[in-house]
Ligand binder design. Structure first.
Ligand code: DAT
Ligand code: MG
Length: 140
């Protein structure tokens, strides 16, 4: 099977808390290859497109506002079954129930906000990965 790629984001909470190195360390320790890496502040249009699948849900406005609140680290990583593997490293969406040993389970918690702050993003399938990589790294 062809080697897979997925989009990784270290969200503004992860950057603010100084966890970029820790996230990249876990990716490298797992054995995935970095193929693109960039620090940037995302704008409304990019984030509306990125979270198009969630359009209309009550948390999408606070989610986009949170994602615009500071720089994010965007990366593309590569390896066999990396989409599933990266979501496994990240852990469950809700950090309260995310398993210890995962990024969200070890490093995030519920702060009682309207939006779940959980440090990282990962594409949830092959179609999403292709779409998100093209969006964040056009021409890669
Ligand atoms: P994931 O990031 O695990 O793929 P998702 O795609 O369902 O989760 O949601 C995108 C992000 O939106 C998620 O990382 C945190 C936030 N979020 C999801 N569900 C939420 C909810 N019910 N209330 C507040 N924020 C939520
Ligand atoms: Mg998702």
């Amino acid at each position: 099977p062809a080697t897979q790629r997925t989009l990784v984001l270290v969200k503004p909470d992860g950057v603010r808390r100084g966890l970029v190195g820790e996230v990249l360390r876990r990716i490298e320790a797992k054995g995935y290859a970095l193929v693109a890496l960039d620090l940037r502040t995302a704008d409304e249009a990019l984030l509306a497109e990125h979270y198009a699948e969630h359009a209309g849900k009550p948390f999408v406005r606070p989610l986009i506002d949170f994602m615009r609140s500071g720089p994010v680290v965007a990366a593309v990583i590569e390896g066999h079954r990396v989409i599933e593997g990266w979501r496994s490293l990240a852990g469950a969406t809700d950090p309260t129930s995310a398993a210890p040993g995962t990024i969200r389970g070890d490093l995030a918690r519920d702060w009682g906000q309207k939006v779940i702050e959980n440090i990282v993003h990962g594409s949830d399938g092959e179609d999403a990965a292709a779409r998100e990589i093209a969006l964040w790294f056009p021409g890669l």
